[in-house]
Ligand binder design. Sequence first.
Ligand SMILES: *Cc1c(COP(=O)(O)O)cnc(C)c1O
Length: 238
Amino acid sequence: MADDAATRLAAVRERIARAAARAGRRPEEITLIGVAKRKPAEAVAAAAAAGLTHAGENFVQEARVKIPRVAALLGPRAASLRWHFVGRLQTNKAKLAASLFDQVESLDRLELALALDRHAAAAGRTLDVLIQLNLCAEPQKGGVTPDELGELVLGVQKHAHLRLRGLMTVPAASADPEASRPIFARLRALRDTLCGRVSGLTLPELSMGMSADLEVAIEEGATSVRVGTALFGAREGT
Ligand SMILES: *Cc1c(COP(=O)(O)O)cnc(C)c1O
């Protein structure tokens, strides 16, 4: 199992390196986040032991059990693993999320920003956040529309315990990775436009691309890719 994790991690890193080379970018510019939803703590620990330094989760209740288990399995090495929350976040789970995660990538409303800031402050920490954009008009997905982005950015900036690092998006599922390209290009363009308009604003992070379309995302400027299946194998029920 450990060898398996190392082999899969090496294969994903190779895909990242090739895509980066094609795009004239350095592979170190791209952070690999291993999304471990519905996968056991042992799988995350094995990937971390093989060198994975960023892990992602979609469900707070699942993470609440898994993160301490991974830490117990890894021992002192757990300190170098950063946890990203990438799922839909209910406001009543903000307290737990603010204590479990280093970065929340799915911020999509002021009410949630307020709650995360308050709980991060109480825990004596600062939380990195990304604003999630819904660019495919899929109502079941989280994220703000481009029209709502400016206002949310200004609201988030007022919170001293949130550090706004960039934008995130999840395109509609498609068998063709090229279908994601306009969505990724759009996210980057929105970022560039906004940073040109709001003085002093920098949003260095673009979290986009998953197992099926990470190459396209890297070509379009992704600074992190969120990879589940390619790293941990197929999930039951999907
Ligand atoms: C599950 C998930 C991923 C990983 O998806 P794969 O296709 O398995 O790589 C990435 N981002 C989010 C938000 C997810 O929910």
